[in-house]
Design a protein around this ligand. Structure first.
Ligand code: NAG
Ligand code: NAG
Ligand code: NAG
Ligand code: NAG
Ligand code: NAG
Ligand code: NAG
Ligand code: NAG
Ligand code: NAG
Ligand code: NAG
Ligand code: NAG
Ligand code: NAG
Ligand code: NAG
Length: 846
């Protein structure tokens, strides 16, 4: 059973809540009147005992919960605020229980809590760890809350309520409720319209991290709300102008990470019509919202935080923004905003963060934009518009002291922007694709002892790197100098966790002591250099390593045996070198390895050493000298495979039927071997090739939000194409250049989402299956250089996505039919296909 850990707080009554209590909840919990001579009421004590009974408490945290006087129990405080008024009725007595940071509990939250009719404050936040956030404790029926008639504050965060379908009805019986927190509760249904909302004093409603399909209008119609958070509910909501008119108490609105259909100007327009304009925080990032920022934005004079990242906003920032003198954070990353950035942003004396990255700004960004930004610490900008320019002189002494700067894809160079010298607090410098050249300046080296992220990739930096740079010992120190012209030896910088030096001119051998000196490395990417010699043994000492990319170098020698220590590693890419010998058995002793690319080397032997690599998703062994029968066990052991390539080796024998057990396979490339026999008809078992279920191992690894973009070159439509994140959308089978015989099995046409099928250069006979037209997503079909006969099936013309078709060098006959509808044929892709009917017997009538 999962555990119930972290903060557990029950407060039996609490002073009346102010609207902003959610900001200061923990501070206000100081009420402690345990010295008052108060005794428990039986019914309350029993409720607590039942509550205790329902929990599994392995550490005995609640051992003191025995005896009559619950006011003396550990963590229980009793108080009576209203004693002064001399009313000694038991109904007025108040009890505070707080159990903070007790280790682990688990189980069902018992309904007996409902007996605590004087309870005003109930906080059951059941947080254990992020991977186990709900499910640890659960409530399958919330009806007991209706007993808590005095309840003002309820927090059931992280408690699994997915079985409770009547949660709203149950909570609607609590007319005094002022704060309701139901985040991470696994809630899925939210009634489209409750009959009568009792929530007349609800001021805080937090439903974030649930899974609603849609957000009903009534949520935006609770006029008492000061804070509404629907963050990350994965929900659709249509925001009409009218819906917002009543939200004039709103101070804090978070609709981020949903699909909001509507226009930002309606929302801001409505908020600006409130006489008091109470809104202080507006968060709508990644919410699909569109439209232009209206002039009325300037009326929201209390606004302090404006987060509108990753939306579909267009047009310029209105001049009126200058009136928002309280603004602390302005974040507009990833929209389609245009026009000149108003100089009035330079008046925001409180501004600490200005994020203008990924837009289409025009005009000039000048010193005027920063004139009053004394408190600025974070700044980012980039523009896809070539007309945009930055005019900050070298002599400029900025009023601020930045910690973070990011400028991307703008020609700042060839010199480093020298005004950066004045910034003594920088810990992140990201100047990517900004045309800077020369060597790394001295003043930058001085900053290194405080740097956590230094990304100068995609520039023209040259020369050698100093071998003795000091970086701090943070958990994450990222150095990315990829795509430059740096040369010399690979430097050894202790404390760096992510070292990305790909695509430079580094040469010589990888330092043999790299594993001892750079012990903290999690990511090591030295691909695309001129490194020679063998792979140093000490790499196996990097116990934290998650990704190793040494591809596209001049490394030679054998892959050594010592992989056992790399228990964290997920990705190994040693492709495009000159490695020889066998694959060592120990490569499968790395339990998390899911991506192994050894293609384009001179490796040989049989593959049995990979039998234990059961976690592999991607296995690319193409372009080596492996031989032997195509192994059966691949289909028995490597059941997670999504990509399998053994292209261009010397495998022989039949394609084993067992291969069809690889249900997740998207890409099967067996081309250019000596495989014989027939094509197994069970290939239609590849369910991911006949369904739309998106399968992406990245989802499991998304927490590597930096530099994990594995790459793979695939030959599609005859051209090598580099796939990165889209790799998992590619669906292809390539069995070309073997000695396969027999018919094309009809079953292959069941793979309805297949994008590319290449069976050329075999000895296939019989007809092209009539049902080939079922491959509706096919973009490339190559059946050339076989002994196929019969007519070209009519159904081929119905594949509208087909852009490359080659059936040449067969014995095909008959007419090739064009669609009869002339209007359609005008736009029919067959007008654009590369028809390669070079064979003798088949003449297309195009
Ligand atoms: C307490 O609550 C439980 C469950 O709701 C109920 O069965 C029980 O009768 C209650 N006890 C008292 C004393 O009211
Ligand atoms: C919540 O509980 C339901 C029913 O017991 C269960 O199916 C679901 O997996 C749980 N959710 C999580 C995230 O544990
Ligand atoms: C509102 O609360 C009162 C008091 O608890 C209750 O009697 C009434 O049924 C509630 N209304 C709805 C619609 O649930
Ligand atoms: C909003 O609430 C008012 C009454 O407070 C009601 O008249 C109106 O119909 C509600 N609108 C929606 C969309 O629920
Ligand atoms: C804001 O004004 C509305 C009326 O426009 C009023 O109902 C509300 O109480 C005011 N809120 C605050 C926080 O002052
Ligand atoms: C958003 O609303 C404004 C003003 O009502 C209007 O001018 C604009 O065209 C709308 N934009 C979109 C994308 O609907
Ligand atoms: C750049 O700014 C300086 C003053 O800061 C000004 O004199 C100069 O004309 C500006 N250059 C351009 C091209 O805008
Ligand atoms: C670099 O910036 C230029 C525009 O300055 C852009 O066209 C190009 O795509 C960018 N390259 C990369 C790799 O981002
Ligand atoms: C590595 O970090 C530690 C602090 O964790 C620091 O004392 C040490 O000087 C750093 N080493 C280098 C070479 O920067
Ligand atoms: C490795 O590269 C270095 C530097 O380019 C070169 O001097 C050396 O001869 C090379 N060694 C081998 C064995 O290729
Ligand atoms: C690869 O290594 C083999 C010896 O293992 C050697 O004969 C061959 O020349 C090397 N090829 C290249 C391109 O360096
Ligand atoms: C695979 O794992 C099993 C059990 O851990 C072990 O006995 C066997 O030797 C391993 N095989 C290879 C090829 O490493």
């Amino acid at each position: 059973m999962a555990t119930w850990g972290g903060l557990l707080l029950i407060i039996l009554s609490f002073p009346l809540f102010s609207k902003s209590s959610y900001l200061a909840k923990s501070n206000e919990l100081k009420t402690d009147a345990s010295d008052l001579n108060l005794r428990c009421i039986d019914i309350e004590r029993n409720a607590l005992l039942k509550f205790k009974e329902g929990l599994i408490d392995p550490l005995g945290q609640l051992a003191s919960w025995v005896g009559k006087d619950c006011c003396r129990w550990k963590g229980v405080h009793c108080s009576n605020e209203e004693l002064q008024s001399q009313i000694s009725s038991v109904h007025l007595r108040e009890c505070v229980i707080s159990i903070s940071r007790f280790a682990s509990f688990s189980g069902i939250v018992p309904p007996h809590l409902g007996n605590l009719s004087n309870l005003r404050y109930l906080d059951l936040l059941a947080y254990s760890n992020p991977n186990d956030y709900i499910g640890s404790s659960w409530v399958s029926d919330l009806n007991w809350v209706s007993g808590l008639t005095s309840l003002k504050y309820l927090d059931l965060g992280y408690i699994n309520l997915s079985l409770e379908t009547n949660w709203l009805q149950a909570l609607n019986t609590l007319p005094s409720l002022s704060e309701l927190h139901l985040y991470y509760c696994g809630l899925q249904n939210i009634p489209p319209s409750p009959l009568n909302l009792n929530f007349s004093s609800l001021s805080v409603l937090d439903l974030s991290y649930n899974y609603f399909n849609s957000l009903p209008q009534w949520l935006f119609n609770i006029s008492s709300l000061a804070k509404l958070s629907l963050y990350s509910c994965h929900a659709k909501a249509s925001i009409s102008q009218a819906a917002w008119e009543d939200l004039c108490n709103l101070q804090d609105l978070d609709l981020s990470n949903n699909e909001i259909i509507g226009n930002i100007s309606d929302l801001i327009g409505a908020l600006s019509r409130c006489s008091n304009r109470s809104i202080e925080m507006l968060k709508l990032w990644d919410s699909h919202i569109s439209g232009q920022l209206p002039e009325s934005l300037g009326f929201l004079k209390n606004l302090r935080f404006l987060h509108l990242d990753e939306n579909l906003l267009t047009g310029p920032i209105p001049e009126s923004i200058g009136k928002l003198s309280n603004l602390k954070i302005l974040s507009l990353v990833g929209n389609q905003l245009t026009g000149t950035i108003p100089e009035s942003v330079g008046k925001f004396t409180q501004l600490t963060q200005l994020w203008l990255y990924k837009n289409s700004w025009g005009g000039v960004l000048s010193q005027k934009h920063f004139e009053g930004l004394k408190k600025l610490e974070y700044f980012s900008i980039s523009s896809s518009n070539n007309a945009f320019s930055i005019n900050l002189s070298d002599e400029w002494v900025p009023p601020f002291s930045l910690r973070f700067i990011e400028i991307d894809s703008y020609p700042l160079g060839p010199k480093f922007p020298t005004w950066l010298k004045t910034q003594k607090q920088l810990d992140s410098i990201i100047l990517t694709n900004v045309s800077i050249s020369g060597t790394i300046p001295h003043w930058l080296k001085k900053l290194c002892p405080q740097i956590q992220r230094l990304d100068l990739s995609y520039n023209q930096l040259g020369g050698m790197l100093p071998d003795s740079l000091a970086f701090p010992g943070y958990t994450r120190v990222i150095v990315d100098f990829s795509f430059n012209r740096l040369s010399g030896q690979i430097p050894l910088w202790p404390n760096v966790t992510h070292l990305i030096l790909a695509n430079n001119l580094f040469s010589g051998s990888i330092p043999t002591n790299i594993g001892q000196v750079m012990l903290r490395l999690k990511i090591l990417d030295l691909s695309g250099n001129l490194l020679n010699d063998s792979i140093p043994l000490s790499i196996s000492d990097m116990v934290y390593l998650q990704r190793l990319d040494l591809s596209n170098n001049l490394l030679y020698g054998e892959i050594h045996e010592k992989w056992r220590n790399l228990q964290e590693i997920r990705v190994i890419d040693l492709s495009r070198n000159n490695l020889s010998g066998n694959i060592p058995n120990s490569i499968c002793s790395m339990p998390n390895l899911f991506w192994l690319k050894l293609s384009s080397n001179s490796l040989s032997g049989e593959l049995s050493s990979l039998k234990n690599c059961t976690s592999l998703s991607v296995l690319d062994l193409g372009g080596n000298e492996f031989s032997g029968n195509m192994p059966q066990w691949i289909g028995e052991s490597l059941l997670s495979l999504v990509v399998l390539s053994i292209r261009a080796n010397m495998f022989y024998g039949n394609i084993p039927e067992k291969l069809c057990h690889l249900y997740n396979l998207h890409i099967l490339d067996l081309a250019d071997n000596n495989l014989s026999g027939s094509i197994p008809s069970c290939l239609d078992n590849f369910s991911s090739l006949s369904s739309w279920t998106p399968y992406s191992p990245y989802s499991h690894y998304s927490y590597w939000n930096y530099v994990f973009i594995p790459q793979m070159v695939l030959v599609v439509k005859g051209l090598p194409i580099m796939y990165t994140l889209t790799l998992y959308l590619v669906k292809a089978i390539d069995l070309s250049r073997n000695n396969l015989r027999g018919d094309i099995p009809e079953e292959i046409t069941h793979l309805s989402t297949l994008g590319s099928l290449n069976l050329s250069w075999n000895q296939l006979t019989g007809k092209i299956p009539d049902s080939i037209g079922s491959l509706k997503q096919l973009e490339a079909l190559d059946l050339s250089q076989n002994n196929l006969s019969g007519p070209i099936p009519l159904s081929l013309t119905s594949i509208t996505s087909l852009s490359k078709l080659n059936v040449s060098y067969n014995n095909l006959s008959g007419k090739f039919h064009q669609p009869t509808n002339s209007k359609r044929s005008m736009i029919h892709p067959f007008m654009r296909v590369t028809l390669d009917f070079g064979g003798v017997h088949c003449k297309p009538r195009v």
